[in-house]
Write a protein that binds this ligand. Structure first.
Ligand SMILES: [Zn+2]
Length: 84
């Protein structure tokens, strides 16, 4: 993947825990040698995140965080790397 591009996350991997919407991710930090994103460097985004009708911030440790762990495992499994 290239920097600054958000990649779609397949619905079979994860959907938004708040609204069941489609997710994508961006990478902000990665291993300089291998290009593999670091776990804390992956930013998951929901397509409905800007919808004021939907609360995306309620108890993130219960709802959002477990989903991001799942997404990160998928990124590693798929061998997704940052190319420059
Ligand atoms: Zn959502």
């Amino acid at each position: 993947m290239h920097l600054g591009n958000a990649l779609d996350i397949p619905r079979s991997v994860a959907v938004c825990p708040y609204c069941q919407g489609d997710l994508s991710f961006e990478v902000e930090e990665w291993d300089a040698v291998t290009g593999v994103p670091t776990e804390t460097g992956v930013m998951v985004l929901c397509t409905n995140e800007r919808d004021p009708q939907i609360n995306h911030f309620d108890m993130p440790y219960v709802y959002w965080l477990p989903m991001t762990i799942q997404v990160y495992a998928w990124i590693v499994q798929e061998g997704i790397r940052v190319e420059r």
